[in-house]
Structure formats: C-alpha cells, structure tokens
Ligand binder design. Structure first.
Ligand code: G6P
Ligand code: MG
Length: 220
C-alpha cells in the first residue's frame, strides 16, 4: 500500500491551554481534602490520565481514599473542570494553530486528534474544531496511556497512514515518547529542556513556519 503523510495533534497544551483549568479543579480537590497543590505539581500531570493524576495527587497529599470516595472525588473534580470548559470558545485556540490547520486543509493533508482526555470531544465542539478533524481518538478510545503509542497508532490507522509517515505535535514528555516509540516524527511544543527527546522542538505554534511544515510533509 502506498502511504501518505498525515498529522496527529495532542489537544491539551497543543491546541488549547486547559492546564490552567485542570490546575483550578485539582487545587480545589486537594484543598477540600486538606492539603495544597502547586503549579509545579500540575506540570507533572501533563499528558497523565485522570485516574493516574488523582493517584499522584493523593500520594503528594499523603492520603488514601476508599475506592468509592476516590471515584466520587474524581467525578467532582471533572464536574468542576467542565464548568471551566463550558466557558470556552474559539478564542481559546492557541496562537499559530489556525494557520497550520488551514495549511493542512488547503493541501488535503489528513489530520487527527490523539488525546488522553475523555473530555476531548466536548472541548473540540466548544472551540468549534470538531468538524475539522478527519479522525478523533481520545481517552475513551484507548486502553493504554501514553507513553504507550496506542492512541497515535489508532489515529494513524484511521487516517490510513503508515506510522512512519505521521507527524505528532505534543507538549508532554509521555506524548513525545509515545510518538517516538510509534516510529512517528515527534514535534515537541514547550520547553526544550523538558522535551529533549522530540525530533523538533518549538516553544509554541507561533514559532512554526509554513515552510517548516512543508518540508516536514514533503514525500521523499
Ligand atoms: C491530558 C492533560 C492531562 C489530563 C488528561 C486527562 O493529557 O494533559 O492533564 O489529566 O488529559 O484529561 P480528562 O479531561 O480526561 O480528565
Ligand atoms: Mg498535552
């Protein structure tokens, strides 16, 4: 089969900055349970699933919960998080992202979402990008979390592209690792000291030129 180039985007930290909303919601949970939660700790939850995030937070707070209370707290946190998501609109799309999506559309390069979030579809609808993606793979579709490449491999399959023809945009260490394990080209969005395993690194999308994207997607 002749393959074609395709692009996969992570959502949180790549297309939108939802980390600030996760921070508010996790902080409320921690405070309600009687301990604090810092921005540094929030950083460590990038790309980490909801369940694993709560496990880490409870460890930091030196606290244990029954399974029932764990699930109740997790649901409360998500309801609180969704109250912030409810206020989102297309202005939340990070600078530089629309230009890249427009280029891909105009050049018929298929693109997918590959996110750990179970709220990804809700968020895409709020920012009015839901219809633009050729495929969406999120936390409801996968059984193995990043750095397992499952989420990106399913996305590649849906785009009918070979993994080695896929370019992945990621802001988390686990996500970059997942793309690398999946034999895809990884583009890290964020701090180069943190994302050093990525094939290319940018602070944000405003630093990415169309020439760079063109070169990346050129078929050898
Ligand atoms: C992304 C975020 C994480 C978040 C995870 C699950 O990977 O970077 O901080 O915990 O999604 O999100 P969810 O919306 O399902 O709670
Ligand atoms: Mg992310």
């Amino acid at each position: 089969m002749s393959s074609h180039k395709a692009v996969i985007f992570d959502l949180d930290g790549v297309i939108v900055d939802t980390a600030k909303f996760h921070f508010q919601a996790w902080k409320k949970l921690a405070n309600d349970l009687g301990f604090d939660f810092t921005h540094e700790q929030n950083e460590q939850l990038k790309g980490v699933s909801r369940v694993e995030s709560l496990k880490k937070i409870l460890k930091w707070g030196d606290m244990e919960l029954s399974e029932e209370e764990f699930n109740r707290q997790m649901a409360l946190k998500n309801d609180n998080y969704l109250s912030y998501v409810e206020e989102m609109d297309e202005n939340e799309i990070l600078p530089g992202v629309p230009k890249v999506l427009k280029y891909l559309k105009e050049n018929n390069i298929p693109f997918a979402l590959g996110s750990a979030s179970k709220n990804a579809r809700t968020i895409l609808k709020k920012i009015k990008l839901y219809e633009d993606f050729d495929a969406i793979v999120d936390g409801t579709d996968v059984s193995k979390a990043k750095p397992d490449p499952e989420v990106f491999l399913i996305a590649a399959e849906k785009l009918k592209a070979e993994p080695q023809d896929c370019v992945v945009f990621e802001d988390s260490v686990a996500g970059v690792e997942a793309a690398n394990i999946g034999k895809m080209t990884s583009i890290g969005i964020g701090d180069e000291k943190v994302l050093q395993e990525a094939d290319h690194i940018f602070n944000d999308f405003t630093e990415i030129s169309i020439e760079f994207i063109e070169n990346l997607l050129r078929k050898e």
